[in-house]
Design a protein around this ligand. Sequence first.
Ligand code: ADP
Length: 368
Amino acid sequence: MKIGILGGGQLGRMLIQNALNYDDEWFTIDPSEDAPCAGISDFTQGNFNEYDQVFDFGKGKDVVSIEIEHVNVDALLELQKCGIKVIPSPEIIETIQQKILQKEFYKKHGIPSPDFQIIQNKSECSFPLPFVQKMNTGGYDGKGVQVIKTKEDLAKLWNVPSVLENLVDIEKELSIIVAKNENGETKTFPVTEMVADPKLNLLDFNICPADISNDVQDQIHKIAGQFIQAADSPGLFAIELFLDKAGKVWVNETAPRLHNSGHQTQEGNANSQFEQFYRVLKNLPLADTEATCFSGMLNLVGEENFRGKVKYEGIDEVLKLPKTYVHLYGKTETKPGRKMGHINVLADSREALLEKLIHIKSLVKVIS
Ligand code: ADP
């Protein structure tokens, strides 16, 4: 099968890496000539936001999919009309691209998501403090999101179409990945905790399975079921969640694609999110997602103040550790905050896993 992916980043790279177990032809398009997928697929340097470029790229493929949601949806709709399979549906991509549509979607389908107000400009703001402002479009990796706590903060409001959202008193940030194939079969991965504890300097890691009560599990599985039914599309979706201090789960946002919160499935589960997504694209029976032990992931992110040809300091020490797996994304240049790779670790208990993650974090640095 000829499979085309819009975006040529690390998510596409790990998808293709896994899919080389099977026989398909892989095509990717990305603006950056040294994108992580460039060397491992039939690569087009181009802009996945441009109608003509997406349409031309998709023509002649059996399936077109995405590894980033900021793509030209009109071209995907046209490709679909031409009989090309597009996964996930252009409609759900469009809903997710715009925070306003996304929030309205949750409300319409009774999916719990923090209360909100939609504004077209800042003069419309009448939402009670404190709240979070999220730009309708253009936000990514925490950009386009700001907390407004006090009256004085109101002066900082961005004057753009936005969602103003109730500030949740967060106990934990969680994620569940759910997949559906065209036959209508669905499967979830175990709930993962996304840990960000500035005191321990433990930013950027995942722990799976999450340490949560049965009641919280039930709330999350109900949400995943509601979401996948409402989305009405094959695909693999990562639903990012907040557990508040009162024990209630809220949807933060959903990614209609492979996700950072699922990277530890590469070694921690019977099958990875990449295998699952491959099966979705080919409408194959969905894979067993069982966790085989405690698993965790640490992002390898470019250190502050380093730019240029990347060096992974301490990686030899990491490679000496048991049940520890290094994944690099083929990016030659580091810059502050750039995701360059990740390390997965396995352990027999949550405590042992945390200890290992903290140890690895202290060993490794992404510098130039
Ligand atoms: P992005 O898509 O850019 O990652 P998010 O919407 O996930 O942006 O927000 C980034 C972070 O901001 C979240 O991980 C969370 O820590 C915080 N945040 C977002 N919305 C809320 C909210 N309603 N209440 C409290 N914290 C929030």
